[in-house]
Design a protein around this ligand. Structure first.
Ligand SMILES: [Mg+2]
Length: 252
């Protein structure tokens, strides 16, 4: 059995680890379940994600921890220079693929993800490059992501929307549930199950991968939204990953 697990809203909310995570993933690995993690959040590097997972008590390696930043690096291979609005995750992935990060003309691509140090100046630069023909790429378009205090913070999608408005151009989006991520994941193999907290990304991805879907209520989606969309029978809804082992037993 191979499963794909989302991070924000499933494993953690900001710095808060969802209770039960450690025991659940130890149990799954004992049962021989092959667990992969994929986050649309491009902010952290793979190493930073591994450290955060380790703190949460989850054993993982670079082979099974993936993000939209990793997809961005592979997708843009061959590009010489790119301007980045984003965090260390994107920057590292571009460098690994020999793409120089620059804020001076000419750049061939503008890569946009979550940037905790976003400024008006950065938006202005990105607008300039896109208007001058640079390829506009977004790691993801998630509107918001969950924080520890039950609040939501603006996601990459909110930053992308500002640039869309300013330039009148739409980016190529790389993360879940978009093509580049689908082909990235298909190379790993078939996933029996996808677990996530967002319908527009995680559920859509599960459909594209022909995988079963489990929605957790520990993130951005609440029961009302599922009922409203009449999706109650299309997937299993659980409170949090804590309930995953029993759910897996019932499915298989
Ligand atoms: Mg999530």
């Amino acid at each position: 059995v191979r499963i794909l697990v989302d991070l924000d809203g499933v494993i953690w909310r900001g710095s808060h680890i969802i209770p039960g995570v450690k025991d659940v993933f130890n149990l799954l690995s004992k049962d021989g379940v092959e667990v992969h993690f994929f986050t649309n959040n491009s902010y952290l590097t793979q190493r930073q994600l591994l450290i955060k997972l380790k703190v949460a008590g989850v054993k993982a390696t670079k082979i099974n921890v993936h993000s939209s930043a990793v997809v961005a690096g592979q997708f843009l291979k061959g590009v010489k220079k790119a301007y980045v609005i984003g965090g260390p995750g994107i920057k590292e992935a571009l460098r690994i693929n020999k793409i120089e990060i620059s804020d001076k003309d000419p750049v061939q691509a503008v890569v946009v993800g979550l940037d905790l140090k976003l400024s008006y100046q950065k938006l202005t630069k990105a607008t300039y490059f896109i208007n001058n023909g640079a390829f506009f790429v977004a790691t993801n378009s998630d509107p918001a992501y969950p924080l520890e205090n039950n609040q939501l913070a603006p996601g990459a999608g909110a930053i992308v929307a500002a640039l869309k408005t300013a330039t009148g151009q739409a980016p190529v989006v790389l993360g879940k549930p978009h093509r580049p991520t689908i082909s990235f994941l298909k190379k790993i193999g078939h996933f029996d199950l996808v677990i996530g907290d967002r319908l527009s990304t995680d559920f859509k991805l599960a459909q594209a991968l022909n995988s079963k879907f489990v929605l957790v209520l520990s993130g951005v989606t609440d029961k009302k939204e599922i009922a409203l969309k009449g999706l109650g029978k299309k997937f299993i809804v659980i409170k949090s990953v804590k309930n995953l082992p029993s759910t897996l037993r019932n499915i298989s």
